[in-house]
Design a protein around this ligand. Sequence first.
Ligand SMILES: *Cc1c(COP(=O)(O)O)cnc(C)c1O
Length: 411
Amino acid sequence: MLHVSEDDPDIAQLIRNEESRIENTLDLIAAENHAPLSIMEAMGSVLNTKTIEGYPGKRFHAGCKYVDEIERIAISRAKTLFGAEYANVQPHSGTSANLAVFFSVLEVGDKVLAMSLPHGGHLSHGHQASLTSRCFTFRHYHVDTKTELIDYDNVRRMAEAFRPKMIVAGASSYPRLIDYEKMADIARDISAYLFADAAHIGGLVAGKVIPSPVPYCDFVTLTCYKTMMGGRGGVILCKERYGKKIDKAVFPGCQGTSAVNFIAAKAVIFKLAQEPRFGEIQKRTLANAVCLAKELGTRGYRIVTGGTENHQVIIDVGSKGLRGNDAEKILESVGIITNRNVIPRDAENPGTISGIRLGTAAVSTRGMGTAEMKEIAKLIDGALINANKKKLLDQVAQKGAELCRKFPVYA
Ligand SMILES: *Cc1c(COP(=O)(O)O)cnc(C)c1O
């Protein structure tokens, strides 16, 4: 921070403030994690200054000797880690990765079947506010209104009637495993491509604590900053036969130059992900989510789908007479960072947000276990039921801060 402090003291101070915020709050945002310092170094390195277009050995600028090697290593490690035939490590984000998958084998106007956003899907899966909905004809499948689980019969019926060219399996807010084998059966029966968006669960898959979509899917995308734990950006995995189309769709189709610093960070996290420590963190992430769901359930919160099989716990705070927006604010005021989230039953009342989405990746990365999850559940409940009692909120905040001090992120 020496040089930022000199060139721009204001921004330097804000970065320091953010560092302290991260250390002193409990990060329960399911889409975040604490990246290792090696990732920060790779991302903040001289690689920021290299302009690359194209692929290793086929660049449009000279001076690529070392960055070619970095990208080749990142690709090779991604393939090994996920057992994939082909990998592209250039996407700037999960959404760019998804765009490239769509544009690789679909024509404008082609039909795609994906999960409905209020039921857990992602904006880039054909939401009306996303470019994807202007380019392709999307229909959306739902979860069962009672169980809140993906209704595979509904998926099959919709697939057979709609005849999409691609089916998307994958969600932003769905605390359960997806049956990729079942999705693959449905896709095969109508000759559609199967694309799994594993943005959230990439790290759990890499750590081998949940089943991988790779064997069942034509395309898989993931992001590196959620459970994957390292750096920003996205990755596309696919069958060898789509490799050329995917590469063309990423560059020059959807992106220009790609960020070598991101690519180097991806290489580093793919190496770390093959070491036992990474698997242990993923295992803990899963056990912690199960514990948190159970503890909150015991305190009378309705847990969407009744539990969890990944890093997410989605709470229907409406079951306690709260709105998701208010719950998010109350928790933030005591240093517990979450996000409001629509839950399946909100689909009938547009504009209503009855849930908050919790994720255990970041707290697990900083070393917390089930004992701490029990304490966190107590703190969440303590804050939500005492929202108007300043003294009690202060006590909760103090206990949360103590917990953070015991488990430093970057000590
Ligand atoms: C987070 C997420 C993405 C990634 O989007 P970004 O462009 O990196 O913000 C894509 N798909 C799903 C399902 C996600 O949850």
